[in-house]
Design a protein around this ligand. Structure first.
Ligand code: NAP
Length: 281
């Protein structure tokens, strides 16, 4: 791609190819994921879709995991195939270890390895603290935290040559993040993701596997549309964001592509807040 663009530009503007090599190196070689094999959990919609497309645009082949939405996952696969990359959809409920093992067995038989795991699948539920049941708690923690842990464990076994694990946390993780009412179990799960990310980064650094987290702010997806339907509430949130807008899935996709790249080789155990400045305000 870079070479084709370089030659085309050289012909049009009559510049020596050598001059343009520097140009193409600068603009086309960074964050190159060509040949990398990636799995994005919850890749069928929202942020996961944005991440799957961003990785594919940088050259990666992508396995698109979904839970129930086979049709949406297939649409993402079609978009990735149209970019000239390899892609397939793979069903698994990340809270169910048997289906997680089956998903990784499928990846192993197709690719024999994995270079990038993005632990994105997650759920959100709004409930007052005293109405959260044990069933609610288990569903939240098993999906958002246990699911990420066991996907990371399976992925690391396929990363003999090193790799990248990117866990999707949240600005709503407590600690240096924020806490909000009505989502105590969600906040606990995402706080756990932050701690787990740091712990895994230490254990996996000697194996050449970098483990980082992205903490999105308010991103417009199916997950947040209920909370954003009231225009006054929506404008209140936007007013708190220095960048003056809600986030988009592609904002998180760009951050994930960076953390997955060779250029991020010295970055591990960090949480990257992608929130339009919300936390700093
Ligand atoms: P979304 O639009 O609701 O999409 C959720 C995705 O996760 C879907 O692809 C869904 O698959 C998948 N999923 C849900 N439960 C699953 C399970 N048990 N096993 C496998 N896949 C499952 O959510 P989103 O806004 O894109 O959120 C993605 C991630 O970002 C989540 O971890 C969320 O906590 C985090 N996050 C979001 C925001 C935000 O403002 N949106 C902010 C901070 C953090 P199906 O399509 O098959 O149902």
């Amino acid at each position: 791609m870079a070479v084709r663009v370089e030659v085309a530009v050289a012909v049009v503007v009559k510049l020596p190819i050598d001059t343009l090599s520097l140009f193409s190196y600068t603009f086309f070689s960074m964050f190159d994921l060509t040949g990398k094999k990636a799995l994005v959990t919850g890749g069928s919609r929202g942020i996961g879709r944005g991440i799957a497309l961003a990785l594919a645009k940088q050259g990666a082949d992508v396995a698109v995991n979904y839970h129930r939405n086979a049709e949406e996952a297939q649409k993402v696969v079609a978009e990735i195939l149209a970019l000239g990359r390899e892609a397939f959809s793979v069903q698994a409920d990340v809270s169910d270890l048997a289906t997680v093992s089956r998903m990784f067995a499928e990846i192993k038989s197709k690719w024999g390895k994995l270079d990038i795991l993005v632990n994105n699948a997650g759920i959100l539920q709004f409930k007052p603290f005293d109405q959260i049941t044990a069933v609610d708690w288990d569903a939240m923690l098993n999906t958002n935290l246990r699911g990420q842990f066991f996907c990371a464990q399976e992925a690391a076994r396929l990363m003999a040559q090193g790799g990248r694990i990117v866990n999707i946390a949240s600005i709503s993780s407590g600690g240096v993040g924020i806490a909000s009412p009505m989502i105590a179990h969600y906040t606990a799960s995402k706080g756990g993701v932050v701690g787990m990310t740091e712990a895994l980064a230490l254990e996996l650094a000697p194996k050449g596997i970098n483990v980082n987290a992205i903490a999105p702010g308010g991103i417009e997806t199916d997950m947040t549309k209920g909370a954003l339907v009231d225009e006054k509430a929506r404008q209140g949130i936007i007013a708190a964001i220095p960048k003056g807008r809600l986030g988009r899935p592609e904002d998180i996709g760009a951050a994930a592509a960076f953390l997955a790249s060779d250029e991020a080789e010295y970055i591990t155990g960090v949480v990257l807040y992608v929130d339009g400045g919300w936390l700093a305000a």
